[in-house]
Design a protein around this ligand. Sequence first.
Ligand code: DP6
Length: 372
Amino acid sequence: MKETEFLARNYSNNIAEGQVFWASPSNIALVKYWGKKENQIPENQSISFTLNTCKTETKLSFVKKEKQDNLFSFDVVFENKKNTDFKPKIETFFKRVERYLPFLKAYHFTIETSNTFPHSSGIASSASGMSALALCLMSVERQLLESDTTLTETEQILTDTYFNKKASFLARLGSGSACRSIEGDLIVWGAHKEIAGSSDLYGVKYPDTVHDNFKNYQDTILLVDKGEKQVSSTVGHNLMHAHPFAQERFKQAEDNITKIKDILKSGDLEAFIALIESEALTLHAMMMTSMPYFILMKPNTLEIINKIWEFRAKTGLHVGFTLDAGANVHILYPENEAKQIYEFIKNELVAYCQNGHYICDTIGFGAKEMNS
Ligand code: DP6
């Protein structure tokens, strides 16, 4: 679909007030998005597992303004407390999506939001947060369309396919990786010649065969450093602009999507681990070789990586890791080896986590609308 297909139909804002409620998951990239162009267009394709239990739950209440003006009007309540920290990011998001959601300035919004994972755990909440908000806005659009009796019956309806695509499209404008959090269980973002339907504008469900080895794949997130991110993702992506290895990296990501397609089909877990670990280390290598340069791992990140490698060599079990743009480690492993690997994590790795904190998650099926 083209960008113009996401422009809204001509509906009137004739609902006085209402509420919508979505829970949307976080995701973990296997091939990483790192580097973007204008308008949140990725420099390279990425693919991620949608998570199951790490979610943002957002309730959006809307009340028609008494006097129409040219301003966005909204309050944010985060974990039951009024919050101003998120306002600039949401204001930017509203500016970017206004063109596609013409009702935004007609209403005052209250955004009540909370995460199922601990606050400041260092887990990226922008993916789950922005996707939850985008979905809520889509639900508002759906209600406005349905209530506009001047439209034909067909015009009043948003199909689920269109709804999800537009939600992903909008979420991308809030935070790139958020466009991969609408559906499950594997999502590709970025136009790739070997992935049917793939687009730079939104994430699509991975369309090809996936071996049973990847069903209910496990992700245990070791919280090595729960502090604020040392480098914001916007700063990080920008570092790819003048990066000496950028073009090679973008090409490598494209090739890795081709490779992972074969791996997902064959169920070759050794090849899977080699690919995701190389992707994680490449992401960090990009950061180490940019100007200015950053080291985002902590000593305990490296301790954990070495322990995983030792354990894998000793047992032959299929445990691998990936990293975000931070010090935390996502340990990925198949369900049928979960018992032994989980024992190893508890006995040998949790000691390296800040305050012993970790989160057990699995690959999941995407966002859900909730009854408010
Ligand atoms: C390292 O989606 O947080 O997690 O588009 O600037 O909001 P913005 O960036 P963001 O970047 C995430 C980068 C990553 C890799 C990935 O998720 O693919």
